[in-house]
Design a protein around this ligand. Structure first.
Ligand code: TXA
Ligand code: MG
Length: 336
């Protein structure tokens, strides 16, 4: 784990030589390479185990740089950039000729974002180029919010991990598609829908699926090894009992005040305030695995502010793909 300017210089050297460097952003840790180096981009897909048809976000040091990475930029993109960058927002725009096919999986559009973390900004500004960077985890798994998570997930396969401490937002950027006339949210995230709509001046629909199968749009994604089971608060105790009766190791993680749970249950409380909840979520999902639990019962938060993104991630992490279920036996497989 590395800190300080010396490491920014080292990271820049590695990136210039086609290397792959994990770095902190305010959302989650990214796994970055020079966006214009196709071989390095391909290495990122290989390290993550991610299908090459799934596009990467290009991270930039300054909002004005979008003019060289995209074309036909609508004024709303500039307004959003001014209000939310640097910050947890990604905009999808029509790509310029500068963007390699390897980054976008051949799509006519590109995702662009100016991150806010000082280490990310220092790196981007020292490099003076775009950094293609997905979250620094294996495809389908929980995104890393500390440098230690990156080491656990990707270890030796990365050339350098820059340590910028725990991520402040804790889940990924909000993705807004501005590449066609109808603006829409493709992934709820660190900028709330309410704040975006204030700038856009009209309601922003959440577009599921769409023309691209984004990894973040897979039904089963952002998932720990343990089964994530969405549960109504008043059902937590009964559901936990039923799972324990099957010999499973069970965790309950919720912001709700729980009256009583069976003694064998691992209780991992979650904060209630949406921002704190977002920040804690991924570390809690990892803790469930490190405790060796087979299943974790969770409740969905109110879907306002960052609660929308938290609920989205919990739905995708749960094998049920979004419906509140009773209990079911652990099944094999599932996307990782
Ligand atoms: O907060 C974040 O966005 C983090 C940090 C590292 O910046 N990055 C991140 O990247 O979450 P990744 O690759 O794990 O998720 C990016 C999502 C994917 O679902 C991808 O398919 C989608 O953005 N995406 C990228 N380019 C796109 C495009 N041109 N059209 C539609 N979706 C796109
Ligand atoms: Mg990801």
């Amino acid at each position: 784990m590395r800190r300080g300017n010396h490491y920014i210089e080292r990271a820049v050297e590695l990136l210039q030589a086609g290397g792959v460097v994990a770095f902190p952003t305010e959302t989650v840790y990214g796994l970055g390479c020079d966006a214009e180096n196709e071989a390095a981009v391909q290495r990122i897909f290989a390290i993550k185990g991610r299908p090459t048809a799934h596009p990467l976000i290009v991270h930039l040091g300054k909002a004005s740089e979008i003019a060289s990475w995209s074309v036909e930029i609508p004024t709303v993109a500039w307004r959003l950039a001014e209000r939310f960058w640097p910050g947890p927002l990604t905009v999808i725009l029509r790509r310029s000729a500068r963007v390699p096919d390897a980054v976008t999986g051949g799509l006519p559009t590109v995702g662009l974002r100016v991150p806010k973390h000082p280490v990310a900004l220092a790196l981007l500004r020292a490099l003076g180029r775009g950094l293609a960077a997905p979250s620094a985890n294996r495809f389908g798994a929980v995104s890393p919010t500390t440098a230690a998570h990156v080491h656990e997930d990707l270890g030796e396969s990365v050339d350098l991990v820059l340590d910028g401490g725990p991520c402040e937002v804790g889940l990924e950027s909000t993705i807004v598609d501005l590449s066609s006339g109808a603006a829409a949210i493709l992934r709820p995230g660190g900028v709330s829908r309410e704040d975006l709509e204030e700038v856009v001046g009209k309601p922003l629909p959440i577009r599921e699926g769409g023309p691209v199968r984004s990894p973040g749009q897979f039904q089963h994604h952002y998932a720990p090894r343990a089964e994530v089971i969405l549960t109504e608060a008043d059902q937590l105790a009964t559901r936990a009992e039923a799972l324990l009766a099957r010999g499973l190791r069970v965790a309950v993680s919720t912001s709700e005040a729980i009256v009583e749970l069976p003694p064998k249950v691992e209780q991992i409380p979650l904060p209630e305030a949406p921002q704190d909840l977002a920040r804690a979520l991924y570390a809690v999902l990892r803790e469930v695995d490190s405790l060796g639990c087979d299943a974790v019962l969770v409740t969905l938060p109110p879907e306002a502010g960052l609660g929308l993104a938290v609920a989205d991630r919990l739905r995708r992490a749960s094998r049920s793909g979004g419906s509140v279920v009773s209990s079911y036996p652990r099944s094999e497989g599932g996307e990782r």
